[in-house]
Write a protein that binds this ligand. Structure first.
Ligand SMILES: Cc1cc2nc3c(=O)[nH]c(=O)nc-3n(C[C@H](O)[C@H](O)[C@H](O)COP(=O)(O)OP(=O)(O)OC[C@H]3O[C@@H](n4cnc5c(N)ncnc54)[C@H](O)[C@@H]3O)c2cc1C
Length: 342
């Protein structure tokens, strides 16, 4: 059965930090805003490693001026989850969780947004404007090698305990790979890191790099630079490198090669996506796409380069969208202090 819910002024697709910030900005301007999320509130943060801390200070992750107070210099994942729940409650945001948006259709001046609940119930929401803030964890960047879909191969790293006293291969050269390799080693795993480049990515966190380099120099963590995984089998990874192929034991494989945003919704709605950058066509000031009334916010704005937009700057996108909707001058983008490379 298809349900038609009431009309809202701004429908936001995605309840990540940037989607929530857009909802707060809209509500403050007197607009009726609703957020639909395919998963839980801030589901991307639920997928961080369990014990990770944000690299941003709490203040730079805060929304709507609600103080984010923690006793440490950087908030933990749990601090972040608790804070974003509190903010949602504080502003009484209309957030509907476990409701995946499947289509955005423009009819004249307004939009029909089709969605499906976790239980398979379909709904249509009418909206004057739509903001797509579907974020970070679209689909993992796959290696495209045989065996990549085996159950012992994971694209998200949570914690190391299950790998204690086991052989593990970590693929990648960014922060996610570096931090996973270190955490696995600390949990007692025998870790080999495989990366196609000659060394780590340039933007690796400055406090992570020396730790990892020391572990590699002392031989505690193995490194295979200029190498690619060419096949994965249960218990074994084949690595092709400068010399002959090598088979290394691996009970678990962590492919930490990042994610690409899912832009299918936007493309199907009629927004061109740049094939090289992955950036949806939009006005950089107002964040309005080529379809009047359809906006983008958060990390989606950055296309394939998820390191350009993150919570620190994406949390201000809603203000620009709402300014456009209300016919007010668009505020300037904020100055940034942090760079991200996960
Ligand atoms: C380990 C780690 C640490 C990080 N630390 C920091 C940090 O310290 N500071 C910082 O600024 N950034 C940090 N980031 C980056 C930050 O998490 C992202 O930039 C941020 O989550 C992007 O926010 P967003 O609202 O654009 O998207 P997301 O947070 O990714 O939220 C998008 C939401 O959209 C939903 N969604 C997707 N498709 C649909 C659909 N079809 N229908 C309905 N809902 C949908 C998803 O379920 C998700 O909840 C970190 C990232 C990682 C991985």
């Amino acid at each position: 059965m298809v349900r038609v819910s009431d009309v809202v002024d701004l429908l936001i697709v995605g309840g990540g930090p940037c989607g929530l910030a857009a909802a707060i900005a809209a509500q403050r301007a007197g607009l009726r805003a609703r957020v639909l999320d395919a998963g839980s509130l801030v589901s991307t943060i639920t997928q961080y490693p369990y014990y990770v801390s944000f690299f941003s200070t709490a203040e730079k992750l805060s929304l709507g001026g609600v103080p984010f107070v923690v006793a440490t210099d950087k908030p933990s994942r749990r601090d972040g989850l608790a804070y974003y729940r509190a903010v949602t409650k504080h502003f009484a945001l209309d957030v509907r969780q476990y409701e995946r948006v499947t289509a955005i259709e423009r009819h004249g001046e307004t939009f029909d947004i089709q969605s499906v609940s976790m239980e398979g119930r379909t709904s249509t929401t009418h909206a004057g404007a739509v903001c797509v803030a579907t974020g970070y964890f679209g689909s993992p960047n796959r290696l495209g090698v045989p065996g990549e879909t085996l159950p012992h191969v994971q694209h998200v790293y949570r914690e190391g305990h299950a790998a204690y006293d086991q052989d593990v291969v970590v693929v990648g050269g960014g922060n996610s790979a570096a931090e996973a390799a270190l955490d696995l080693w600390r949990a007692g795993a025998r870790v080999t890191l495989v990366h196609f480049g000659p060394t780590f990515d340039k933007k690796i966190k400055p406090w992570v790099l020396p730790d990892l380099q020391n572990r590699m120099n002392e031989g505690a963590i193995g490194a295979r630079w200029n190498s690619r995984v060419t096949a994965i089998e249960p218990g074994v990874v084949t690595i092709g490198g400068e010399q002959a192929d090598d088979r290394v034991p691996a009970r678990f494989v962590f492919v930490m090669t990042g994610f690409a945003p899912n832009t299918t919704l936007l493309r199907d709605a009629g927004v061109p996506i740049d094939p090289v950058t992955g950036v949806p066509q939009h006005d950089p000031d107002t964040l309005e796409t080529n379809l009047p009334g359809l906006f983008i916010a958060g990390v989606v704005v950055a296309g394939f380069d998820a390191n350009k937009v993150f919570i620190e700057n994406g949390r201000f996108h809603g203000d620009r969208i709402v300014a456009r909707l209300m016919g007010r001058p668009v505020p300037a983008p904020p100055k940034l202090s942090a760079e991200l490379d996960t």
